[in-house]
Design a binder for this molecule. Structure first.
Ligand SMILES: CC(C)(COP(=O)(O)OP(=O)(O)OC[C@H]1O[C@@H](n2cnc3c(N)ncnc32)[C@H](O)[C@@H]1OP(=O)(O)O)[C@@H](O)C(=O)NCCC(=O)NCCS
Length: 178
């Protein structure tokens, strides 16, 4: 396990995660504001897992599999993109549909931020569709500041929507009650 919280373990993905990964990514509501299309077949899930970076300390995207400690089930993932300068990152997150509303994603994202800022990171950024209210609430709950909004940036579901730009600096993170 790479990281622990009260209820969760964050670890590398393995080939055995493909069925659960495929299942939650195949939900149209989960895929709506994301980079993949639903359904997300088992073969696509297997291939995606195969390409994931093995080392969270190397530049590039690293995908944490989020596991419920109580029963070991895969309930979602947190993606973290470490920039080449090793000082900045981007974060993204997805939770399986039956697991929403219990603070699991917030807990997992906080664990990743805690670990990354403790490692000397200067800044973490996140972007999301302005209509993605659950994602925006999560980002604001963990301390991200809305830094800007790109009007009519994304074309999805037959309409243009704004893209929200969020940021969190190490100094801001340190001042938050933890
Ligand atoms: C974004 C996403 C992960 C948020 O899921 P979520 O269930 O709202 O997030 P959490 O697991 O952190 O749960 C927070 C909710 O649980 C509630 N909650 C219950 N117990 C809690 C606890 N112990 N701690 C924190 N929140 C708790 C919170 O009040 C909050 O509900 P609210 O927003 O109605 O106030 C989810 O909607 C998702 O996977 N969406 C699809 C993928 C996606 O769009 N990702 C973002 C791309 S930018």
């Amino acid at each position: 396990m790479l990281l622990h919280t009260d209820r969760l373990g964050l670890r590398r993905f393995t080939a055995a995660d493909a069925p659960a990964f495929s299942a939650y990514r195949s939900d149209p509501a989960i895929a709506r504001y994301q980079s993949w299309d639903a359904p997300f077949p088992l073969e696509a899930a297997t291939e995606r897992i195969r390409t994931y970076n093995d080392d969270p300390g190397q530049p590039g995207w690293f995908q944490y599999a989020v596991e419920l400690t109580a029963d070991g089930s895969l309930i979602g993932d947190v993606g973290f993109h470490l920039h080449d300068n090793l000082l900045q990152g981007d974060v993204g997150f997805t939770l399986a549909p039956g697991r929403h509303g219990r603070g699991y994603a917030t807990e997992a994202v906080r664990a990743v931020l805690h670990h990354r800022f403790a490692g000397g990171l200067h800044r973490v950024s996140a972007e999301c569709d302005a209509r993605n209210t659950r994602s925006r609430r999560l980002l604001e709950r963990v301390g991200f500041q809305l830094e800007g909004q790109r009007p009519a940036f994304t074309f999805a579901d037959g309409e243009w929507s704004d893209q929200c730009l969020y940021g969190l600096l190490a100094d801001q993170w340190k001042r938050l009650p933890h």
